[in-house]
Design a protein around this ligand. Structure first.
Ligand code: SAM
Ligand code: SF4
Length: 320
């Protein structure tokens, strides 16, 4: 098992398949100027890392990016992964076309990012058009059985923070689990300030203004705290990554598209697996590297502590 020096057992691997994206969400990517990774792992290399990680105790794999649906060999990657829980996070563009094939290849469920239901705001937030395609993608994912469909929303003060109840009403009508994620300092320079985070507490206050809000179960290692509204319908999640960090329960590891293993979203260190993957190193040697990275994991992300410095990579490069 992949256990770190604080006794946390690692069971969840986030795998970024590309750092590229056709959108440019303001909290994630700069409008231009990002250098794309030059040497991403092949489908076979990615599948090998996952296989070894599963052998060592990983039970949940989430494919992400950048935009994972842009990978031409995505179905091949999905088909090669054998893990109890295989999911994918997408911006939803192109999902309508791919949902059925992804399900057939073995994908179990998707998380789709929807920050707004208004086309003009979608354009402001992502610097591109495409809301209709995203919403079609949500419908297609449900029809294809990629269940439960979860929807991620990042609220930005003065941009979409007045849409909490509209998004909740839409999610209830669509029967999807909506999760509000606090804005984290992982985007382009200057895009984040602590004062501008729409906090989990603020979101809960808005929910309580319109619904009777009751907790659903225990959070355990899952980042989202789940709430039931008026006693029925899909749960609504609130992910307080910044204001109430859940690092003490963290069970996640990350693999970047260019083959670097990271113990935390906010790590400033990462280990390049490509030299091992491209030599005649054995699976045991690869496993030893996974254990070493887990062993090096710090106690927490430290956002808010004096001396905190965000990593030099954006969320799209690390894999959200
Ligand atoms: N392109 C896909 C998507 O947008 O769902 C997958 C990759 S994206 C980096 C994964 C998730 O990270 C998305 O839900 C996105 O909203 C979230 N994200 C990106 N930058 C973020 C930030 N600075 N703070 C919080 N969440 C962020
Ligand atoms: Fe692309 Fe996802 Fe980042 Fe938006 S959040 S720019 S969709 S990778």
């Amino acid at each position: 098992m992949l256990i770190d020096s604080f006794g946390r057992e690692h069971r969840d691997l986030r795998v970024s398949l590309t750092d590229r994206c056709q959108l440019r969400c303001t909290y994630c990517m700069p409008e231009e100027g990002l250098q794309w990774a030059k040497d991403v792992l092949s489908a076979d290399e990615t599948a090998r890392v996952v296989r070894v990680a599963v052998r060592e105790g990983i039970r949940e794999v989430r494919l992400t990016g950048g935009e994972p649906l842009l990978r031409r060999d995505l179905l091949d990657v999905v088909a090669q992964i054998d893990v109890p829980d295989l999911s994918l996070t997408t911006n939803g563009m192109g999902l309508a076309r791919l949902a059925r094939d992804l399900r057939s290849a073995g994908l179990q469920r998707v998380n789709v990012s929807v920050d707004t239901l208004r086309p003009d705001r979608f354009r402001t937030l992502t610097r591109r058009d495409g809301l209709a395609a995203v919403l079609d993608g949500v419908t297609a994912a449900k029809e294809a059985g990629l269940l439960p469909v979860k929807v991620n929303t990042v609220l930005m003060r003065g941009v979409n923070d007045d849409e909490v109840l509209d998004l909740v009403a839409w999610a209830r009508a669509e029967d999807v689990e909506l999760r509000f994620i606090e804005h984290m300092p992982l985007g382009p320079d200057g895009a984040w300030s602590r004062e501008d985070i729409v906090t989990a507490d603020e979101v809960l206050a808005v929910l309580r203004s319109a619904y009777e809000v009751t907790p659903v179960g225990q959070r355990e290692s899952a980042p989202a705290e789940l709430w039931r509204l008026d006693g029925h319908g899909p749960a609504v999640g609130v992910i307080a990554s910044v204001t109430q960090p859940f690092c003490g329960d963290c069970d996640r590891l990350r693999l970047t598209a260019d083959g670097h293993l990271r113990a935390c979203l906010f790590s400033r260190d990462e280990d390049d697996l490509r030299p091992l993957l491209r030599s005649d190193a054995s699976d045991d040697e690869l496993a030893a590297k996974l254990h070493a990275v887990v062993a090096s994991k710090g106690a927490g992300h430290g956002i808010g502590l004096p001396g905190f410095v965000p990593p030099p990579r954006t969320m799209s490069e690390i894999g959200g």
